[in-house]
Structures are given as structure tokens and as C-alpha cells.
Design a protein around this ligand. Structure first.
Ligand code: NAD
Ligand code: DAU
Length: 349
């Protein structure tokens, strides 16, 4: 049985991944460590909560005593680090937590992995690790910065992050790389484009627009809405991470993308049309400070070397996603009660 520590497994992508891995490979058991911040929600995991191969631990990736205790107790052989502060807008108003969670949290997990996996942990020259161990850092295309109207990010594009969020993720990537180079720790870094799908917190573009459309509230498009993102269904992202766990070469970075560039305004108009609403709901609001204009992922490396490619078409994915948010009203109501309204009023004042 493979023992995998998934951090941030109560968030959007993490919860999709926990369910994906339990379903895809019965040889895995999962410990999900999550602090349950505003973005973490155990409701995302109700269908597998009683699975004997699954356990939840509430805790912080910055808590090294806890992480070491968990390593001793469960003897993990794999760590997949999703835990992060993930919303760019929040990083503009509250940068500090992004630095502590995303950078120090990652370093804390790396240290525990090194200590528990190294064959001789007291020898600083020892570069030998237990058989089959792997630390996978879930990163983002945002570490590369912004593109003009042409070009794509490859794994060798220099890191040039522009927001406190992307700067914290780039810093974490560099620490992961350093643990590989200096200590020989078996790592991979994945850099994925924008995800969409079920259980995404409605602070992000697609679920926010679906939810506002449903309530016929105005749809706040930043600036001219011509910023471009490359959208990937979350299940394709989970599949790509699993592929990297199985076949990724130690120390390598893999870009993950959907070959699916769309301008924000086109996504918003598509949601309006699918939901039978009117474009008069669109309101162009002040642009996000430092807003990256365009991202585009070249995923040739993961496709050619590991044989992964996205399966979902955007048309199918977005229509299923809209449908999911409409059918799962209880989930939406739950996650948008409490502090959500306060956040919304402050962010979109
Ligand atoms: P999310 O905000 O939905 O979930 C983050 C999870 O991490 C939450 O469950 C939260 O409770 C948990 N968490 C936060 N701080 C923690 C801490 N200190 N200790 C333990 N748990 C903590 O994020 P997401 O969209 O699912 O993104 C997951 C990962 O994927 C992030 O690392 C993000 O940078 C990366 N990523 C996201 C996207 C995307 O489009 N959403 C794309 C590429 C990469
Ligand atoms: O590219 C990967 C990244 O995608 C991940 O690393 C991040 O964790 C994830 O949050 C996402 O970042 P973005 O900033 O691209 O996602 P967001 O959904 O916040 O915004 C998508 C685009 O839509 C962006 O250009 C800003 C715009 N937008 C967003 C919101 C919330 C609006 O125009 N209006 C809005 O209200």
C-alpha cells in the first residue's frame, strides 16, 4: 500500500485529487492534512469520508512538530503539496499569509521529507533516500509572469512573478529545487494553468460569475476583460499530477495546460448565454493591480515524455460545471455564508 500525504486536500483541486486517487488506484491510502481556512471545506469530501483508505487531519503545514509526528505515525512515501493561499486578489490586500503558508509551509514539509526519507539523516553528504519516495510540489503557470500576444511558457522560461501570490509560489519552487540540488531529495514540480470544475470556491472567475448570474447580480469584469488564461478541467489536472507521480523524472518540472486560451470577457459571455441571462449584467470594474495580461502553457514536455494530454473539451467541461453549481445549491449556499459576503463587499466595493 502506498501512503500519500495530501496537503490542502479540502480545497478545490486537493479535494478533487483525493477522490481521484482513491478511485484510480486502490493501492493508495491518503492522509489529508488541511488547516480548513476559508477555502477548505470538508463538505467537498463527504462521499469518501468513511473510506478506510482515507483519513483527515486538521493542521498547518507550517507546524513542523505536527508534520514530523505524522511522518512517524504514517510512514508516508509520497507527499503532494496543494496547501496554499491561492487567490491573487487576496494576496494584494493581505500578502503576509501568502509568504508564510506558501514558502515556509513548503520548506517545513521538505525538511520533514528529507529527515524521514534520507537513509542516513545525520550525514549531510548522504544523498540516498528510501526506495520509491517522492515530493510533488503543485505550482502554477503564474510563476513565469505575463506574456504578450504571442509565445508560450515552457519549463525553461525564466521565473518572473508579478503578484505576491505568484512570487510566493515561485519562491516555494526555488526552495523545492534547492532541496533536490543540495540534498538530492526526489522531487517534481508541476506548473498548471487555470483550473475550473466542481468545488471551486466562488471567489475565482468562473464560479463567481455562475453564482452572480444565478442571482442576477452584476458581473464584475476587471478592466477591458481581454486578459487571457488557459483553462483546464480539474480532473485533467488530477490526472496529470498522478501521471507525474508515476512517471516523472526526479528533479524535473512539468508544465500542465489545456491548450485552451480564452479571454475573460468571452468566458463571462458564454456563462451568461448558457444560463439564459442578459449581457447587461456585465460591469467593467477597476482592473486588478499588476494584472497579468496573458498566460499560455506549452505542455509538449509532459505530453511527449509522460504521455499525458487533456481529455475534457472546454465546451463539455464548462457546461457540466455550470450544471454542477446549479444542482449543488446547498454547497454554494454553505460556502458563501459567513465571511464570504464581507469579503465580497470589501473586494468589489
Ligand atoms: P484552494 O484555495 O481552493 O485550496 C487551498 C487549500 O489549502 C484549502 O483547503 C486550505 O484550507 C488549505 N490550506 C491553506 N493554508 C494551509 C496551511 N497553512 N496548512 C494546511 N492547509 C492549508 O486552492 P486550489 O485552487 O485548490 O489550489 C491548490 C494548489 O494548486 C495551490 O497550491 C495553487 O497554488 C495551485 N494551483 C491552482 C490553480 C487553480 O487554477 N486553482 C492552478 C495552478 C496551480
Ligand atoms: O494560472 C493559474 C492560477 O489561476 C492559479 O495559480 C491561482 O491559484 C488561481 O486563482 C488562478 O489565478 P487567476 O488570477 O488567473 O484566477 P481568477 O479566477 O482570480 O481570475 C481569472 C481572470 O479573471 C483574471 O484575469 C482576473 C479576472 N477576474 C477575476 C475575478 C475574480 C475578473 O475579471 N473578475 C473577477 O471578479
Amino acid at each position: 500500500m502506498k501512503k500519500i500525504l495530501v496537503t490542502g486536500g479540502a480545497g478545490f483541486i486537493g479535494s478533487n485529487f483525493v477522490k481521484y486517487i482513491l478511485k484510480t488506484n486502490t493501492e493508495y491510502s491518503v492522509i489529508n492534512l488541511d488547516l480548513l481556512t476559508y477555502a477548505g471545506n470538508l463538505e467537498n469530501l463527504v462521499d469518501i469520508a468513511e473510506d478506510p483508505r482515507y483519513e483527515f487531519v486538521k493542521g498547518d503545514i507550517r507546524d513542523s512538530d505536527l508534520i514530523n509526528e505524522l511522518f512517524t505515525k504514517y510512514q508516508f512515501d509520497t507527499v503532494v503539496n496543494f496547501a496554499a493561499e491561492s487567490h491573487v486578489d487576496r494576496s494584494i490586500t493581505e500578502p503576509e499569509i501568502f509568504l508564510t503558508t506558501n514558502i515556509i509551509g513548503t520548506q517545513t514539509l521538505l525538511d520533514a521529507s528529507k529527515k524521514h526519507w534520507k537513509l542516513n539523516p545525520d550525514d549531510k553528504y548522504c544523498r540516498k533516500y528510501k526506495q520509491g519516495v517522492k515530493f510533488l510540489q503543485v505550482s502554477t503557470d503564474e510563476v513565469y509572469g505575463a506574456l504578450g500576444s504571442t509565445g508560450m511558457f515552457t519549463e525553461t522560461t525564466p521565473l518572473s512573478p508579478n503578484s505576491p501570490y505568484s512570487a510566493s509560489k515561485a519562491s516555494a519552487d526555488m526552495i523545492v529545487h534547492a532541496y533536490h540540488k543540495t540534498f538530492g531529495l526526489p522531487v517534481n514540480i508541476t506548473r498548471c494553468s487555470n483550473n475550473y470544475g466542481p468545488y471551486q470556491f466562488p471567489e475565482k472567475l468562473i464560479p463567481l460569475m455562475i453564482n452572480n448570474c444565478k442571482h442576477e447580480k452584476s458581473l464584475p469584469v476587471y478592466g477591458d476583460g481581454m486578459q487571457i488564461r488557459d483553462w483546464l478541467h480539474v480532473s485533467d489536472h488530477c490526472d496529470a499530477i498522478y501521471t507525474v507521480l508515476l512517471k516523472g523524472k526526479d528533479g524535473e518540472v512539468y508544465n500542465i495546460g489545456g491548450n485552451n486560451e480564452k479571454a475573460n470577457i468571452d468566458i463571462v459571455k458564454l456563462i451568461i448565454k448558457t444560463m439564459g441571462k442578459d449581457e447587461s449584467l456585465i460591469v467593467h470594474v477597476q482592473d486588478r493591480p499588476g494584472h497579468d495580461r496573458r498566460y499560455a502553457i506549452d505542455n509538449t514536455k509532459i505530453t511527449n515524455e509522460l504521455g499525458w494530454s487533456p481529455k475534457y473539451s472546454f465546451e463539455k467541461g464548462i457546461s457540466e460545471t455550470i450544471d454542477w453549481y446549479l444542482r449543488n445549491n446547498e454547497w454554494v449556499e454553505k460556502v458563501t455564508s459567513g465571511s464570504y459576503q464581507e469579503y465580497y463587499d470589501k473586494m468589489y466595493a
